[in-house]
Design a protein around this ligand. Structure first.
Ligand SMILES: [Zn+2]
Length: 214
């Protein structure tokens, strides 16, 4: 596949908008970067269309306009930033700024994955605790893990929901807010892991990801 085909096939305008720091709402609406727009009037999915100024095009047109590049340079930039290979020896030579940006993007993605993974594991532990440690009789002293599941489950579900479907900005807030808590959470989860593995027979995989993401 040539450069233009590869890029259009592998990157949506939605992904490009998020990657380049635009605040993409859950429904794929953003404030149009091409006119003075205070309420989101541009829809981004595979392509983009602005209901305010009429701008319309594919992901390459989008990046071309956003960074004031030629179509070819825009496609090369996308291929580089998203790690897309194509049949052409003439590769994009990124400037230092792009390299730094790419490293930061990767670091950020790793942090995002880490937070998601930790909260996903925690979510399943909490769910198990709610049934496993529920008081058998009304006079039983409630197990602390049962109480924890009562107080934390909704909150953790909310975090996973934002990480799955929130805007880039909402996700970033969650990641920053929970940066410290995640290490502590990972330590605790590791302690429960052996037990969890025996119960559900999984390795690192987070059971029920699909349920949460869908
Ligand atoms: Zn517009």
């Amino acid at each position: 596949m040539n450069l233009f085909q590869s890029v259009k096939e592998n990157v949506t305008t939605f992904q490009a908008a998020e990657n380049y720091g635009l605040d993409v709402k859950r429904n794929g609406m953003i404030c149009c970067p091409f006119h003075d727009d205070s309420t989101p009037s541009m829809k981004v999915d595979k392509r983009y269309h602005c209901f305010g100024c009429g701008e319309d095009g594919d992901v390459i047109n989008f990046v071309q306009k956003l960074f004031d590049l030629s179509p070819k340079k825009a496609a090369q930039k996308l291929a580089y930033d998203f790690g897309i290979s194509y049949d052409n020896s003439e590769k994009y030579k990124p400037d230092k700024q792009s390299i730094i940006k790419r490293i930061e993007t990767e670091k950020y993605r790793n942090a995002e994955n880490r937070v998601f993974r930790a909260f996903c594991d925690y979510f399943h532990l909490l769910k198990n605790w709610r049934s496993e440690f529920a008081p058998k009789k009304p006079e039983d002293e409630p197990n602390p893990l049962f109480i924890e599941s009562l107080t934390k489950l909704d909150y953790v579900e909310h975090i996973l929901d934002v990480l799955s479907t929130g805007s880039a900005k909402e996700k970033a807030n969650i990641i920053i807010e929970n940066a410290k808590e995640v290490s502590e959470l990972e330590r605790r989860i590791a302690g429960f892991k052996f037990r969890a593995e025996r119960t559900v027979g999984t390795g690192n995989r987070c059971i029920g990801d699909d349920q949460i993401i869908s």
